[in-house]
Design a protein around this ligand. Structure first.
Ligand code: FES
Length: 169
């Protein structure tokens, strides 16, 4: 049963349909939470408050549990709406290896700040905590791929490559 008001459910009928399909696929209990959220993120790019409530209702768990998972697993990127999400690690090894300089370079290249999405919807820029590539700091995630030994030149190359790929589609 849904706990959201009927008019909200009506407005979000498509979203609810997607969630129902995913719940059908992954199961109706807590163990389905992460697979449902991962697939939902692939489909919708953003997991907002309504989606979290519907997932909680369908799986029979508190919405705070869903919220906790979405925010903990930053790859689900609740606020991330860009087609590509770049997450620069700001934890200590990366910080000491020059993440701050890479951050300024990313902002200049993309023309946006952290937590923002480019007007063309191609990139969202976010911070991440340690992504397990401390040995090749500074590091970042580009969508699901980790990249280390970052330099301004490498960052520019990666962004140019993604822009070129988008133009070709
Ligand atoms: S501190 Fe940046 S990847 Fe570990």
């Amino acid at each position: 049963m849904l706990t959201i008001p009927a008019e909200v459910a009506e407005q979000h009928a498509e979203l609810i349909g997607i969630i129902d399909t995913l719940v059908e696929r992954h199961g109706r209990d807590r163990s389905a939470l992460i697979p449902v959220l991962q697939d939902l993120h692939v489909e919708r790019r953003r997991i907002g408050p309504t989606a979290m409530q519907v997932v909680a209702d369908r799986l029979g768990i508190p919405v705070t549990d869903v919220y906790g998972v979405v925010t903990f697993y930053s790859f689900l990127g609740m606020g991330a709406v860009g087609r590509h999400v770049i997450r620069l690690c700001r934890t200590i090894s990366c910080g000491m290896a020059g993440a701050e300089g890479i951050a300024r370079h990313l902002e200049r290249e993309l023309g946006i700040g952290f937590g923002e999405t480019t007007p063309d919807g191609l990139f969202t820029l976010e911070w991440a905590n340690c992504i397990g590539r401390c040995d090749s700091a500074p590091a970042m995630l580009v969508d699901q791929s980790a990249m280390g030994h970052l330099t301004p030149e490498l960052v520019s190359e990666v962004i140019a490559g993604l822009r070129a790929a988008a133009r070709e589609e």
